[in-house]
Design a protein around this ligand. Structure first.
Ligand code: AMP
Length: 269
C-alpha cells in the first residue's frame, strides 16, 4: 500500500488509472468502513482510502479534539486488506490559501443534522468537494449510516464532479446498533442503552408501517428513548427521496440524533 500526504504526488500516481474507487473516512476504522472498502475492491481496479478528521465539519471544538484516532491500527487494517493507496493529508494540504472551508446549503435543506449541527454539512461538502475534484475517482463509496450526507453530496456536488456515488448499506452489531467510530467513546452503560434505543427504533419502524398516520406513536417512542439517553436532538420520520415530511406507508425513514453524555450518535432506519 502506498501512502500519500500531498495531492500532487497522489495525482501523479493515479492520473492515468481509469477505474479508481475512493472511500473517504475519518479513520478509527471499523467493520462499517471495511464493508465499503470490500465493495470498492470488488468494483474498482484500484482503491484509495483517505483518512482525515476534518476540523471544519465539527461545530464543537471539544468534539473535534476527542474524536477517536488510531492511525497505526488503521494502517495495519488497510495493508491487510490490500488497499492500493492511503491518503492522509495534513490540514495545510487540504485548506491551502483560498480553499473554501464551507459550502453553503439552501435553507430548505437545513433539516435533521443540517439544522441541529449548525455548519456541519457545510464543512462536509467543502472537504468532499476538495477531495473529489483532486482524486477524480470513477466511483465514490459512501455509507447509508450517514444517509443525509449522501443526499446532500448528491444534490450539491454530483453535477460538478465525475464520480458515480455508490451507496453502501449500514453495518450494525448483533443488537442492531450501527457501528460508528464514536461508539468507542461510550461507557459500557451508554453503549447498552444505545443498543436498546436501536431496538426501539426497529419496533417503531414496524408500527409506523402498519399505521403511518399515528403521530402519537412518535411521541410515545420519544418518551421511551428519552429515558435511555441524555438528550434527543431529533426523532423524525421523513421521505428518503427528498427528506420532506411527505411520507407514505411504503416510503419513509426514521431519523434520529441523540446524546449519551457528550457523545452524539445518529441513525436512520
Ligand atoms: P466516517 O469515518 O465516520 O466519516 O465514515 C466514513 C464512511 O464510512 C462514510 O461514508 C460513512 O457513512 C461510512 N460508515 C460509517 N459507519 C458505517 C457503518 N456502520 N456502516 C456502513 N458505512 C459506514
Amino acid at each position: 500500500m502506498k501512502i500519500f500526504e500531498s495531492f500532487n504526488i497522489l495525482k501523479k500516481e493515479i492520473n492515468f488509472k481509469q477505474n479508481i474507487g475512493f472511500v473517504p473516512t475519518m479513520g478509527s476504522l471499523h467493520r462499517g468502513h471495511i464493508s465499503l472498502i470490500k465493495i470498492a475492491k470488488k468494483k474498482s481496479k484500484k482503491v484509495i482510502v483517505s483518512i482525515f478528521v476534518n476540523p471544519t465539519q465539527f461545530n464543537d471544538k471539544k468534539d473535534f479534539i476527542k474524536y477517536p484516532r488510531s492511525l497505526k491500527k488503521d494502517i495495519l487494517i488497510l495493508k491487510k486488506m490490500n488497499v492500493d493507496y492511503l491518503f492522509i493529508p495534513t490540514e495545510n494540504e487540504i485548506y491551502k490559501k483560498g480553499i473554501k472551508k464551507k459550502i453553503n446549503i439552501l435553507k430548505k435543506d437545513r433539516v435533521l443534522c443540517a439544522k441541529s449541527r449548525k455548519g456541519h454539512f457545510e464543512g462536509v461538502l467543502a472537504i468532499m468537494n476538495r477531495l473529489m475534484k483532486n482524486i477524480n475517482a470513477k466511483y465514490l463509496y459512501l455509507g447509508e449510516k450517514d444517509f443525509q450526507q449522501i443526499y446532500l453530496i448528491k444534490k450539491y456536488l454530483q453535477k460538478s464532479i465525475n464520480s458515480k456515488i455508490v451507496s453502501c448499506k449500514c453495518i450494525r452489531n448483533k443488537k442492531k446498533l450501527p457501528l460508528s467510530s464514536r461508539n468507542n467513546l461510550l461507557s459500557k452503560n451508554s453503549y447498552k442503552r444505545s443498543e436498546k434505543i436501536s431496538k426501539l427504533l426497529f419496533n417503531l419502524k414496524k408500527l409506523i408501517s402498519k399505521d403511518f398516520k399515528n403521530i402519537s406513536l412518535i411521541n410515545f417512542y420519544k418518551y421511551k428513548i428519552k429515558n435511555l439517553c441524555d438528550k434527543i436532538d431529533y426523532l423524525e420520520v421523513r421521505n428518503p427521496n427528498n427528506l420532506s415530511s411527505q411520507i407514505s406507508v411504503k416510503n419513509f425513514k426514521i431519523f434520529i440524533a441523540y446524546k449519551q453524555k457528550n457523545v452524539r450518535l445518529i441513525d436512520n432506519i
